[in-house]
Design a binder for this molecule. Structure first.
Ligand SMILES: CC(C)(COP(=O)(O)OP(=O)(O)OC[C@H]1O[C@@H](n2cnc3c(N)ncnc32)[C@H](O)[C@@H]1OP(=O)(O)O)[C@@H](O)C(=O)NCCC(=O)NCCS
Length: 188
């Protein structure tokens, strides 16, 4: 689906926007980041190149149960958050990717994840989120925990963490400036 609204926010003094990703947003660094993080995210069944990603984004835009949200600083795409509805009961699986060029540990991942969950709970009335991460992916677990996710269960390799949309925490240094409607029609 393409969300018909976007979230404008301030991270510190920096203006950012969270909105649906379009095929025209796919850049070389997007592809490079997907490739280099292939071990951590689940794109392994697809060939990772610009064409395959354009098809992937196109498929998502016509799906009712998938969304790909981009996090933009000015007009520059910094990372993406993919969500897929797992059941009819408003349970959304979340995966997040910050592009490689950004310094880690400065709150960009947290801002990307937070704005995506807030946007989905407002625009799509999503009520519950769940994510699975490798047990050794401490950065991802830290980012999810920092916005209110808590661990549900784990085995040797995978940790499951989840959150009610209503429990998404306010974050220091990240402020929603508000939702604005875009002219993008909702595809259903
Ligand atoms: C996961 C990811 C988005 C985190 O981005 P980031 O900008 O480095 O994280 P943040 O700076 O926003 O940190 C968020 C929290 O995680 C903690 N954290 C970050 N990296 C950490 C690490 N390596 N070990 C422990 N905690 C860590 C931070 O301390 C912070 O917690 P706090 O709010 O209590 O201070 C980024 O590393 C990424 O894109 N990784 C590759 C893709 C991936 O692993 N996706 C997960 C699959 S679902």
């Amino acid at each position: 689906m393409i969300l018909s609204s976007e979230l404008r926010l301030l991270k510190g003094n920096t203006q950012c926007v969270a909105r649906s990703v379009c095929t025209s947003d796919i850049t070389k660094e997007y592809i490079d980041s997907l490739r280099s993080n292939n071990r951590l995210i689940k794109y392994s069944s697809e060939k990772i190149d610009a064409n395959a990603q354009a098809n992937y984004v196109e498929r998502i835009s016509v799906s009712r149960r998938d969304v790909l949200i981009g996090f933009f600083r000015n007009r520059e795409l910094l990372g993406t958050c993919g969500m897929q509805e797992l059941s009819q009961d408003d349970l959304w699986a979340v995966g997040v990717l910050l592009f490689d060029k950004l310094p880690r540990g400065q709150g960009w991942g947290r801002a990307l994840l937070w704005s995506s969950c807030v946007l989905m709970s407002e625009a799509q009335k999503a009520k519950r989120f769940v994510a699975s991460t490798r047990t050794d992916n401490f950065a991802a677990q830290g980012a999810f925990r920092s916005i209110g996710f808590r661990e549900i269960t784990r085995d040797d390799t995978i940790a499951w963490i989840g959150c009610l949309a209503s429990a998404i925490e306010d974050l220091d240094g990240v402020y929603a400036e508000g939702f604005i409607s875009t002219d993008v029609p909702k595809i259903s």
